[in-house]
Design a protein around this ligand. Structure first.
Ligand code: CO
Length: 209
């Protein structure tokens, strides 16, 4: 007996539904992928990258981890970014945070969560950097929402500061880095208006944060 048969069943239905509307769909994808976007988002099961933006297989290159972080020593995320930029020549990097992020929430409270606290330490650093403006927000859930936004903005800056993006900009490759936030309560995306397309724009964003 196959393990998890319902998932195989549902996969069969999904593939035949796509084949029915686009008979060439899978055979065309075998040849190549040419996505225009790299998505860096949270692993949260409520934030499924392709579905949210209505993109099909082949249209979105995706990296997800807890709290959508780009850490400068994370070879996993950096390798995805390098492949996306150097080989796939994507035009947009979308860093998408989300409200109600369990990772951000865990970073904000003072109880231990085990190994993951080392990863979430990066979020605590961001919290400390923005302590004054966060403390000015009296409402706790509002404060959490704000940290979710600030974290996404900081990750836009981190993406911009990688050698991968700086080298690409340096050789004239056009890449825009966007900071978005997704609301699991209504399924809608919000643009955080921090789009950067050059070293100059990165520096301006860094200075005003
Ligand atoms: Co999350």
């Amino acid at each position: 007996m196959k393990a998890l048969p319902h998932l195989f069943e549902s996969n069969k239905k999904w593939a035949s539904k796509i084949r029915a509307s686009h008979p060439e769909f899978f055979s065309r994808l075998v040849e190549q992928q040419a996505p225009e976007y790299l998505w860096i988002g949270c692993s949260d099961s409520r934030v499924p990258a392709n579905e949210i933006v209505g993109l099909l297989p082949g249209e979105l290159f995706v990296h997800r981890n807890l709290a959508n972080l780009l850490i400068h020593t994370d070879m996993n995320c950096l390798s995805v970014l390098q492949y996306a930029v150097d080989i796939l020549k994507i035009r947009h990097v979308i860093v998408c945070g989300h409200y109600g992020c369990g990772g951000i929430k865990a970073a904000m409270d003072n109880t231990p969560h085990g190994l993951v606290d080392n990863w979430l330490r990066h979020v605590r650093d961001i919290q400390q950097r923005h302590q004054a403006k966060l403390e000015a927000i009296r409402n706790k859930s509002e404060r959490l929402r704000r940290l979710c936004e600030l974290n996404a903005v900081e990750q836009v800056i981190n993406v911009g500061n990688t050698t991968i993006i700086q080298d690409a900009w340096g050789r004239g490759q056009k890449i825009a880095i966007h900071g978005w936030i997704y609301d699991i309560a209504d399924g809608l995306l919000k643009d955080l208006s921090v789009c950067i397309t050059s070293l100059k724009e990165l520096n301006i964003l860094q200075e005003k944060r």
